[in-house]
Design a protein around this ligand. Structure first.
Ligand SMILES: Nc1ncnc2c1ncn2[C@@H]1O[C@H](COP(=O)(O)OP(=O)(O)OP(=O)(O)O)[C@@H](O)[C@H]1O
Length: 598
């Protein structure tokens, strides 16, 4: 939070400096053989046709990706596109090391005095995807080379002063999604990073959990400005879980049973290449690859909540999108054997597990004060989490942010069922709050850390869940008639599921909640095997017959068999590169044909 505040202050300060120093840089240039007045003013670049009041274009300097001189590619370091380094660790994988040729729009006319300004702009008029960002090029010509150089130096100096990531450790998961991650990196990500002069050290994972292991042992980790991954939600989860283990160790905190979770020191970027890409969609409002890359290059960050899953022994793992027990947990286990089907494996397993679901006996408890249904109703009026979200950016409560990083294991030893009067949990816990208990036979219980929106379900399972407000939305679906469950299934497959409209669905908000399955004792998997410090359980290696008798937690695509767990949200535990999604505009002015998604 402090870093974010500092970043904002720095950006404001730098924009002020630009205002003072260059208030005003104004010259006439030729753009496509027409005379334009170009102005650098108040942190923005503005150009308009001479003798015309129409057609003025404004680009904030914070959206400039790169600036290059055409006439002397050796005069300035930022001219040299091929200086970008793509270094490969041969012990892990190999990538073609040749520099990627620049795209046609990057081609210089080196005989003339041209200045190329590359900037990012959102395609707000694109009906198909209004959150999509694209690179654009402004090519300025002036006969006086000194003018070109002054503009170049001013913009290049400004870019140099920005706190943007210049040295990134990139993990590529070639296994997830449609197995296109390498192609996505080569074709769409690398050229943009090279254009912006970002150095990338790229590692291709060769097995599950390798990224987690590398992050724990890499001695040069802190030399990087950012860690990025090309993959799905599971790959992102490996990155932040690995980073957390590393941070705990570096701070001499107990990695098995930490009493608090420190904020991760290195920001993370997510380039979508998985099956669902929920996290990328929630950050940017799209799973468009170039948009994700552009936001990494522009370097704007926001704090993202992470939720911890703990048992009585310690911390099992952290998750960023969703944890669920019952129906979606069953699908996670079953669908892994059909990975060859791609995303359709979820439909197939979903149908199987829907028919087989007989309900699971579960008890849930959460602090009453912060978990009323009314709060969820109120939250709806506060709307969804978009760009500049007040709820997440609320800077007035930094202490609460820190407080939420504490894990109170003593809550786990409180007896949920026997020594407790129905409806409340004994006030033996350290936070001295009244806890509400819910128990019964459930089709599914889920804890959403974010809205879980995706291109398939643009509003998500928990549309009013925020990225950085330190709350989890608990979705409780009672086991009911087949007819009702069919209604649920239809809604789950809708663009806007609106689960709260169903009478057998309850939604609560809380900072933490406690879960116990009555059949925990029957479960064949030992909880002590599953702590973060010990072996974690990727789905593929944990198919177990015994697990059919109960369900299991699907935690960001990883299985957790322990059902006696405490789940807590930790506010803005990690910074991620993002600006947030834009709500759909009321009026669609454009004539976009919807086919422009390239
Ligand atoms: N080379 C590899 N071989 C096998 N598994 C890998 C490899 N690299 C990473 N993994 C594992 O692949 C799993 C799936 O990756 P990921 O979650 O990114 O894709 P996905 O499941 O298709 O996408 P999503 O989670 O968005 O639905 C992760 O749990 C990760 O640990």
């Amino acid at each position: 939070m402090e870093d974010q505040q500092q970043d904002t202050l720095n950006t404001n300060h730098q924009q002020e400096e630009i205002k003072e120093k260059h208030d005003i840089l104004l010259n006439t240039f030729l753009i496509s053989n027409k005379k334009f007045r170009v102005l650098l003013h108040h942190g923005s670049l503005v150009w308009e046709k001479e003798n015309s009041k129409n057609g003025k274009t404004t680009v904030p300097l914070i959206d400039i990706l790169a600036v290059r001189l055409a006439s002397s590619s050796n005069r300035n370091k930022s001219n040299n596109i091929s200086s970008s380094r793509i270094s490969i660790n041969p012990s892990v994988s190999s990538l073609p090391t040749s520099a990627v040729p620049s795209t046609s729009s990057d081609t210089f006319d080196s005989s003339k005095n041209y200045l190329y300004i590359y900037y990012a702009k959102r395609d707000s008029n694109c009906q198909r995807d209004h959150n999509r960002w694209r690179k654009h090029t402004l090519k300025l010509y002036n006969t006086d080379y000194r003018i070109i150089q002054t503009w170049h130096n001013t913009l290049a100096d400004w870019l140099d002063q920005q706190k943007r990531p210049k040295n990134i450790l990139m993990f590529v998961n070639p296994y997830g999604g449609k197995r296109q991650a390498l192609k996505i990196f080569e074709k769409y990500s690398k050229p943009l990073f090279q254009l912006a002069g970002v150095e990338i050290s790229c590692l291709i994972s060769q097995r599950g959990n390798q990224i987690h292991d590398i992050l724990q042992n890499n001695p040069a980790l802190y030399q990087y400005d950012a860690i990025c991954c090309v993959g799905g939600d599971g790959t992102f989860a490996e990155v932040f879980n690995g980073l957390m283990q590393r941070t705990l160790r570096d701070l001499s905190l107990d990695p098995q049973r930490p009493t608090y979770l420190p904020k991760l020191r290195i920001p993370i970027g997510v380039i979508p290449a998985g099956s669902t890409d929920t996290v990328a969609y929630c950050l940017h409002g799209t799973t468009d690859v170039k948009t994700a890359v552009i936001h990494i290059i522009l370097g704007q960050k926001r704090g993202l909540d992470l939720s911890s899953v703990c048992n009585h022994i310690g911390l099992i793992r952290l998750y960023a999108s969703l944890i669920c027990y019952g129906y979606l947990g069953d699908i996670a286990l079953d669908s892994e054997q059909y990975r060859w089907m791609g995303p359709h494996r979820y439909d197939y397993s979903g149908f199987k597990k829907f028919i087989a679901n007989r309900g699971y006996e579960i008890e849930l408890a959460f602090p009453e004060s912060e978990s009323t249904k009314t709060q969820v109703d109120n939250l709806k009026t506060n709307s969804t989490c978009n760009i500049g979200c007040d709820r997440c950016l609320n800077q007035s409560e930094p202490d609460k942010c820190e407080q939420s990083h504490i894990i109170d294991y003593s809550i786990l030893s409180s007896n949920l069922s026997s020594a407790v009067t129905p409806g409340t949990l004994e006030s033996g816990t350290k936070d001295h709050q009244n806890w509400k208990t819910v128990r019964g036979k459930y089709f599914m219980v889920a804890g959403a850390n974010i809205s879980c929106a995706s291109s398939r379900s643009p509003n998500g399972l928990a549309p009013f869940c925020h990225l950085g407000d330190g709350h989890i939305e608990i979705i409780v679906i009672r086991h009911t008639s087949m007819f009702n469950l069919l209604r649920l299934l239809i809604r789950l497959n809708r663009e806007n599921p609106q689960l709260d409209m169903l009478p057998f669905v309850e939604i609560y908000r809380a900072k933490k909640f406690l879960v116990r399955s009555n059949k925990t004792a029957n479960n064949s998997a030992s909880s002590s095997d599953l702590t973060m410090g010990g072996s974690r359980q990727p789905i593929s290696s944990s198919l177990s017959k015994g697990a059919e008798r109960t369900s299991q937690w699907n935690c960001d695509g990883e299985l957790v068999f322990d059902t006696d767990v405490l789940i807590s949200s930790h506010r803005q535990l990690v910074d991620v590169f993002m600006r947030g999604s834009y709500p759909p505009s009321e009026e669609k002015k454009s004539s976009c044909c919807g086919l422009c998604g390239v």
